[in-house]
Design a protein around this ligand. Structure first.
Ligand SMILES: *Cc1c(COP(=O)(O)O)cnc(C)c1O
Length: 814
């Protein structure tokens, strides 16, 4: 969606004071620190009680941002920027988002309720993403600011949206409704959380329901206290566990780890198993299932996918703690409802027999403290918590209500006594209201992992896969190359995700890569690009499909296959159309046809070739000649052997540049991992890998002193340097050192000085506010692997696959 300043001015009713109003805007920002701000950014200067976006305009102009939505033009930047002056910048952002939303017309699911919004959103994304290109709110972006920012992420390629809306008081939902304009509504669990902004539960329910004023259908738990407020004109699709008049009637049975739901819908009854047994997760899962039913998914698909639901740790995070403890970090909210959810969660996650809860004062309207703490104590007892550590004035007063409770008036007293609390071999739930700053407790208890990790964003992989899928004709199949350990990103985990997304084939380079995937339980067919004849037997045993590229190889394979009395074993025929690496050439075809004619031992599953320059349009004529030769040779094989195998020739950049040559399948590689050499396409991809390390030591050196081997850096002035424990043995090229490359600390670039060592490198942090132990980004969003590759005169493939296996891979979903 291309929008220029000229388009935007009337939408937000701004007064335009600037020069270039035909400038294209492709990024909306409210964060002056964002490294994504650039010359095509429109910055909204939001103002609140604690901050004023107008203060950052000058800094942003110096960094290259030019367009600003403001309520006033600060004196010092008058001549320097381009301004859209409005009365209220937040309202302008919301208006813009509402307009932007109206440009798209695909189904949008809007979720609100007191609990579960984020989990439902994440799970729906997981359940539906094999079939849709989904845009959804990032993290828990559900506020007056978060919702418009989420909506502005919609792109043409999306065909389903999932957005959550959160409100804390009246008159907020109407605004969110205008921005999201949901067509399908979900009302999640209405609890007593966030009650403070409402006069009554009724008022809260009425306000939440305003999200659904123009939905085509509202999905909800049938319940008298809520149904009374639902406008009867709105079509509902309801479920219930005790009222058979609901559209879907559900009963449940808990087993040890799992819950079996018995679902009755349209005279049909079937069961679904989900890997959770706490009430909140069950309700959230049911809401997701309702969407699948509404979308007409069949039982089998619902059953398979629901069984794979996973814990969403966006709010309750599980971490490894000191002395073999496990920490559940819920250090931002404290009300009775969320305590219940957290205790449930503790029970599900617990890794140790012993359970401790660290709890702040509880904020809850409607109950007096006496009653409230009696109820909390009851809850703690029923959850068999071994000890309670209270922090806060009020909980201290009521500590006698608990069995085995130590209480501290404030967090400082807690910290002073920390050593005596002997945390070990236990699961610890840390639950406190924001004001108590329990994150300090979390950081004391958290195990410090002084290691370099490559973080892999699985959501980004799904996103990138869907991006390339959207470029394919509906019938075109997808093979994804996961050779070289998934381009360095992780073999099994990525293969597992691709399996979930139903790709048609995986491709590996060698038989052992395929064997390890098959042994780990991957069931998608796997093609092996370069099978050695010594591995043929193992390959057959593991049902791996060889690429055959020579008469010699074919005969060797046939010999073994015949000994094993195989019938129609799938093989893939590789043609050399100009790459001159592997493959049959035109002159070999006759012999190939002779050998295979009438043969029933093997079956040609596919015919493929590989392009040498699909990324470079300078060689367009050559690429086209490869495609033409592929067409000719593969047709010849098809006719002579009377077969109709899958044909495929395109790799990632081929998908981009030669859409007409998709044939029956494409082979996606580097693009999945978030890297494209096409500038426009790169903007559509999400970053997958972030290589992170930490600062081991900081020191100050005097003018004239040197750093590292060979004294290749000499300080010209007093310089502060930090040492990072990552070096060329981890895959960071030596040529990235000595003033060429940088790492990012606190969003600021720190130049690498001196030579990169085997296990360490040093950076200049003179102008960066940082301390030992702090996180350092080696590559990811900035610097990108693409950028590094350009600087180092190589290609991103080499950078990615060079990251040593000693660097731990950590996989996460946002
Ligand atoms: C690696 C590889 C691909 C994928 O290439 P990308 O450029 O990473 O998309 C496709 N086909 C073959 C034969 C390959 O070796």
């Amino acid at each position: 969606m291309t929008l220029t300043i000229r388009n935007i001015v009337p939408i937000i009713k701004a007064n335009w004071i600037g020069q270039n109003d035909v400038a294209i805007i492709d990024y909306i920002s409210i964060d002056s620190r964002s490294l994504q701000n650039d010359e095509n950014t429109l910055f909204f200067a939001l103002s609140g009680p604690n901050h004023d976006g107008h203060q950052y305009i000058e800094e942003l102009i110096n960094k290259g941002t030019q367009y600003f939505v403001v309520t006033r033009i600060p004196e010092d930047v008058k001549e320097k920027g381009n301004f859209l002056v409005v009365e209220n910048t937040l309202e302008a952002l919301q208006k813009f988002a509402a307009y932007y939303r109206s440009l798209f017309d695909f189904p949008i699911i809007g979720i609100t309720g007191s609990n579960g919004k984020t989990i439902i959103k994440e799970w729906l994304n997981f359940l539906l993403s094999p079939d849709y290109n989904i845009i959804r709110s990032p993290k828990s972006y559900n506020s007056q600011v978060g919702v418009p920012l989420s909506i502005l992420g919609i792109k043409e390629k999306h065909n389903l949206g999932i957005f959550e809306a959160g409100i804390s008081t009246t008159n907020e939902m109407e605004k969110l409704q205008k921005i999201i304009q949901p067509t399908i509504g979900i009302l999640s669990n209405i609890g007593s959380a966030h009650d403070e902004g409402f006069q009554s539960v009724a008022e809260k329910i009425k306000e939440k329901l305003k999200l659904f004023t123009s939905v085509k259908v509202l999905i909800l738990n049938k319940n008298k206290s809520i149904s009374a407020f639902v406008n009867p004109k709105i079509k509902t699709f309801s479920w219930c566990s005790d009222d058979k008049s609901a559209d879907v009637y559900i009963t449940k049975k808990n087993t040890d780890e799992l819950t079996v739901l018995c679902v009755t819908y349209q005279e049909d009854t079937f069961t679904i198993t989900i890997p959770f047994h706490d009430q909140a997760s069950i309700e959230n899962a049911i809401h997701c299932m309702m969407v699948m039913l509404y979308f007409g998914y069949n039982q089998k698909v619902i059953q398979t996918r629901m069984a794979q639901l996973y814990p969403v740790e966006m709010r309750l995070k599980v971490k490894n703690g000191i002395n073999n403890t496990t920490i559940i970090d819920d250090s931002y909210s404290s009300d009775f409802q969320s305590l219940k959810i957290a205790l449930d969660f503790l029970e599900n996650q617990k890794q140790h027999k012993k359970k401790t809860v660290i709890l702040s004062d509880i904020f809850q309207s409607g109950l007096n403290n006496e009653e409230l703490y009696s109820q909390v104590s009851q809850l703690i007892i029923s959850n068999k918590i071994n000890r309670v550590i209270g922090v806060g004035e009020t909980i201290s007063q009521y500590k006698n209500k608990f069995i085995n409770c130590i209480a501290f008036k404030n967090i400082d007293d807690f910290i002073t006594s920390f050593e005596n609390l002997n945390f070990e071999n236990e699961t610890i739930l840390i639950k406190g209201a924001r004001d108590f700053h329990f994150e300090e407790i979390v950081s004391m208890l958290e195990e410090k992992t002084h290691e370099t990790v490559l973080e892999i964003n699985l959501n980004a992989i799904s996103h990138n896969l869907n991006f390339y899928k959207s470029k394919l004709a509906p019938k075109t199949k997808m093979m994804v190359m996961v050779k070289a350990f998934g381009y360095g990103n992780g073999g099994f985990e990525i293969a597992k995700l691709l399996e979930h997304h139903k790709v048609d084939y995986l491709g590996v380079a060698f038989a052992d890569e395929g064997i390890s995937l098959k042994s780990a339980g991957i069931t998608v067919p796997i093609m092996v690009l370069n099978p050695e004849s010594t591995s043929f037997s193992a390959l057959i045993q593991h049902q791996l499909e060889p690429e055959i590229y020579s008469i010699k190889g074919l005969k060797a394979f046939l010999k073994i296959a015949e000994q094993k009395k195989l019938k129609y074993f799938p093989i893939h025929i590789k043609l050399d159309t100009g790459m001159h690496r592997l493959g049959f050439e035109e002159e070999n075809l006759t012999e190939l046809i002779q050998t295979l004619k009438g043969n029933e031992t093997v079956q040609i599953k596919s015919i493929l070739s590989h392009m040498a320059t699909s990324d470079d349009l300078k060689h367009d004529a050559f690429s086209k000649s490869q495609i033409a030769l592929f067409e000719k040779l593969s047709s010849q094989l098809q006719t002579s052997l009377n077969i109709k195998p899958i044909r495929h020739i395109l790799n990632t950049s081929g998908i981009t540049n030669y859409p007409e040559a998709q044939y029956d399948m494409v082979r996606l590689g580097i693009g999945l991992y978030g890297i494209s050499n096409d500038y426009e396409e790169q903007k559509e991809l999400e970053n997958v890998g972030t290589l992170k390390s930490i600062i081991s030591q900081i020191r100050t050196i005097e003018k004239g002193e040197s750093v590292g081997y060979g004294r290749r850096f000499i300080a010209e002035k007093e310089t502060i340097i930090a040492t990072i424990p990552i070096g060329y043995a981890d895959g960071i090229r030596r040529s990235w050192g000595h003033g060429v490359g940088y790492v990012v600390i606190n969003n600021i670039q720190a130049k690498i000085i001196g030579s990169i060592c085997m296990d360490m490198l040093m950076v200049d942090v003179t102008n960066i506010d940082c301390k030992e132990g702090q996180t350092v980004i080696v590559f990811g969003e900035n610097p990108t692997v693409n950028f590094m590759a350009k600087q180092l005169n190589t290609i991103p493939y080499e950078i990615l696959t060079s990251i040593s296996q000693r660097v731990k891979r950590v996989f996460f979903r946002e």
